[in-house]
Ligand binder design. Structure first.
Ligand SMILES: Nc1nc2c(c(=O)[nH]1)N[C@H]1C(S)=C(S)[C@@H](COP(=O)(O)O)O[C@H]1N2
Ligand SMILES: [Mo]
Length: 198
C-alpha cells in the first residue's frame, strides 16, 4: 500500500476557539455579477506619488503568481482546512503602487460596499495574497471571482471577496465589521475577535 508522506505529517494546529468545518460561502449581500472587461483593481489614497494606479485583469495575470496553502478561519469558529490559494502576493501589488511613508493603514473595498481595514504590515506579510484561484481552479463566483484578498493569519472577514480597491490611509479607519464591533486587527493566533479586546 502506498502512503503519501502527508499521511504521516503532524496535523497543523488550529487557532484557539476554532473547529474544522467544510468551506462554505459566507458573505453579506448577493454574489455580484462581474465582467473581466470592466473589472479593475484600484490602488489609491495616500500613495507615495499622490497618484492612483488602476490594474486591469491582464495586468494582474502578467504579475508573478504564487500558491499558498492555508486554513481559512471565520470568526464564527469555523475553519476550512488546507485550502490551496493561487494568485499575486499582496506585497507585489504594494511594491507596484507604494504608499506614502505615513500611510500605515489601508481600507480594502469590494463590490456592494463591503470593506475591511488592514494594516500595511498585514498587506506586506509574506503569505498575504490577492487570490484568483482556489485548489487549482479559478475562484468560484461565490468565493470571490475574479479576485479576493487572503490573509492566512487573520480572520476571514479581513479578506474581501470581489475586491475592487485598496485605499492607503495616513490615519486608521474601520471597515464594515470593524465598525460593527469586531477587532481592528483580527489576528487569529491572538484570538482578536471583538473590538472590546483592543
Ligand atoms: N465582499 C465580501 N467579502 C467578504 C465577506 C463579505 O460579506 N463580502 N465576508 C467575509 C467573511 S466574514 C468571511 S469568513 C469570508 C468567507 O469566505 P468564503 O465565502 O470563501 O468562505 O469572506 C470574507 N469576505
Ligand atoms: Mo467570517
Amino acid at each position: 500500500m502506498n502512503h503519501d508522506p502527508a499521511d504521516f505529517a503532524e496535523p497543523t494546529p488550529l487557532p484557539p476557539g476554532q473547529r474544522s468545518a467544510p468551506l462554505r460561502p459566507l458573505h453579506y449581500g448577493r454574489v455580484p455579477r462581474l465582467s473581466l472587461d470592466t473589472w479593475s483593481l484600484t490602488i489609491e489614497g495616500a500613495t507615495a506619488d499622490g497618484g492612483m494606479t488602476c490594474l486591469r485583469w491582464e495586468d494582474i495575470c502578467a504579475l508573478p503568481q504564487i500558491e499558498v496553502v492555508a486554513d481559512h478561519h471565520c470568526v464564527s469558529h469555523r475553519s476550512a482546512r488546507a485550502l490551496r490559494w493561487g494568485g499575486v502576493p499582496a506585497r507585489t501589488i504594494v511594491d507596484l503602487a507604494p504608499p506614502a511613508d505615513e500611510a500605515q493603514w489601508s481600507l480594502v473595498s469590494a463590490a456592494y460596499g463591503y470593506h475591511s481595514n488592514v494594516t500595511l504590515n498585514d498587506l506586506l506579510s509574506p503569505r498575504a495574497l490577492f487570490a484568483t484561484h482556489l485548489n487549482g481552479e479559478p475562484l468560484p463566483p461565490e468565493h470571490g471571482w475574479p479576485m479576493r484578498l487572503v490573509f492566512p493569519h487573520l480572520y476571514g472577514w479581513k479578506g474581501p471577496k470581489w475586491v475592487m480597491s485598496v485605499e492607503y490611509l495616513a490615519s486608521p479607519r474601520r471597515g464594515f465589521w470593524e465598525e460593527r464591533g469586531y477587532h481592528f486587527t483580527g489576528d487569529v493566533w491572538r484570538e482578536e475577535r471583538y473590538a472590546h479586546q483592543e
